[in-house]
Design a protein around this ligand. Structure first.
Ligand SMILES: [Zn+2]
Length: 187
């Protein structure tokens, strides 16, 4: 059976048997915070457990690397919406050790794109349109520095209220241990 069919079949049963009942909650976060973290598979269940958060406790935003790279990109917009419209009073940015974005080489991804049929002309067109693809695909060298940089982007954002603490942490993807990088109460 194909993946999507498996999902739909399971979902039918899930709804029919009312397995959703235990997840009932509201759209406002009980713990009044928004968390930005990485899409890493190891964190899907581990991170909420390690932070003691359940359905309804937090707003959760994810991307590759837990990165805030653009002040007016969709990540920053999500954080602002969480703060202004959804009662998140604090922001947590949680990177992790052994992240796929750590030491990611743009040339490697671009080579994979070529192998999957993307032409040199396509890459050139993007470059000529003024997009620096290499810069866009770049990862980071040091997770603590990366988290601290994202914290500072959010903290200093002109539209972020000054009284919102922005914390930076790094989680271990096997043990769930959190290391503090930036304590947002101390700014
Ligand atoms: Zn990651």
């Amino acid at each position: 059976m194909k993946l999507l069919d498996e999902i739909l079949e399971f979902n039918n049963e899930f709804v029919e048997e009312k397995k959703y009942v235990e997840f009932a909650t509201t759209k406002l976060p009980n713990k009044r915070m928004v968390v930005l973290t990485c899409m890493d598979t190891r964190l899907v269940e581990l991170l909420p457990r390690a932070l003691n958060v359940k359905n309804g406790d937090i707003k959760l935003v994810k991307n590759a690397g837990a990165l805030v790279t653009h002040p007016f990109g969709s990540i920053m917009r999500s954080l602002l919406v969480a703060v202004y419209e959804l009662q998140a009073d604090e922001v947590l940015i949680i990177g992790h050790h052994d992240c796929g974005m750590s030491g990611m080489k743009p040339d490697g991804i671009m080579e994979h794109m070529r192998k999957r049929g993307k032409s040199e002309a396509a890459l050139d067109t993007i470059t000529y349109s003024g997009v620096d693809v290499r810069e866009w695909l770049k990862g980071f060298d040091n997770v603590e520095e990366s988290v601290a940089h994202s914290v500072s982007m959010v903290k200093k954002h002109p539209l972020m209220p000054n009284d919102v603490p922005v914390h930076g942490l790094v989680i271990h993807p096997s043990t769930g241990k959190l290391d503090l990088v930036v304590n947002g109460y101390e700014d």
